[in-house]
Design a protein around this ligand. Structure first.
Ligand code: GAR
Length: 207
């Protein structure tokens, strides 16, 4: 299956996928000059930039982006630090074939500042989540969960030290989740009212 990775920032999660040996067909950023684009170039992966300023609105940009990916035969879209909410025209085309990595134990702390929010709340544990994004999950960082990994907070944590430890967890979790999808081990179950996933028993935690 052809894979595209959508990015906005430094691209350490993109790098984790590359280093894991997962074949990536395209990298797309909404930010010109994002560090992730350099990582794509260094790995010889085609990339493109879809800046919001070039389009009338989000829907127009997301339609162009979806068409670009469809023209390349992309079957799976990985959101690896992609910091724009995807709108309906994109979700209708790729819903259920999108995975997102997020730096918290969802559903706690969705949004763009999860490590800071966890620190401010004073939780003892947070972590990393990889989940599916379906057409019904237009809200940020929602959708059926594939894998999660807890990360403990330390008394002297800053947003940076906490985010760094969470990212270490993300870098292991994201390639693992993508491989599970590629191997067909995580089934996407499309019901009449909602899309869920069937995660094999050995991926559930133990006491
Ligand atoms: C990652 O920690 C990712 O989980 C987060 O952005 C960071 C991107 O880092 N995404 C979100 O907060 C989505 N709501 P990277 O560019 O080094 O992969």
């Amino acid at each position: 299956m052809k894979i595209a990775v959508l990015v906005s920032g430094s691209g350490s999660n993109l790098q984790a996928l590359i280093d894991d040996g997962i074949a990536i067909d395209a990298v797309v950023s909404n930010v010109a000059g994002a560090g992730a684009l350099d990582r794509a170039a260094a790995a010889g992966i085609d990339s493109a930039v879809f800046e919001q300023s070039a389009y009338a609105d989000r829907a127009a940009r997301d339609t162009a982006l979806a068409e670009w990916l469809e023209a390349r035969g992309i079957g799976l879209v990985v959101l690896a630090g992609y910091m724009h909410l995807l709108t309906d025209p994109f979700l209708q085309r790729f819903g259920g074939r999108i995975v997102n990595v997020h730096p918290s134990l969802l559903p706690a702390f969705p949004g763009a500042h999860a490590p800071a929010d966890a620190l401010a709340y004073g939780v003892r544990w947070t972590g990393a989540t990889v989940h599916l994004v379906t057409a019904e999950h237009a809200a940020a960082d929602t959708g059926p969960i594939i894998l999660q990994e807890p990360v403990a907070l330390r008394h002297d944590d800053t947003v940076e030290t906490l985010h760094r430890r969470i990212q270490t967890a993300e870098h292991a979790l994201l390639p693992r989740a993508v491989r599970l999808l590629l191997e067909g081990r995580v089934a996407v179950v499309v019901g009449s009212r909602k899309v869920t996933i069937d995660v094999p028993e050995d991926l559930w935690g133990e006491d």
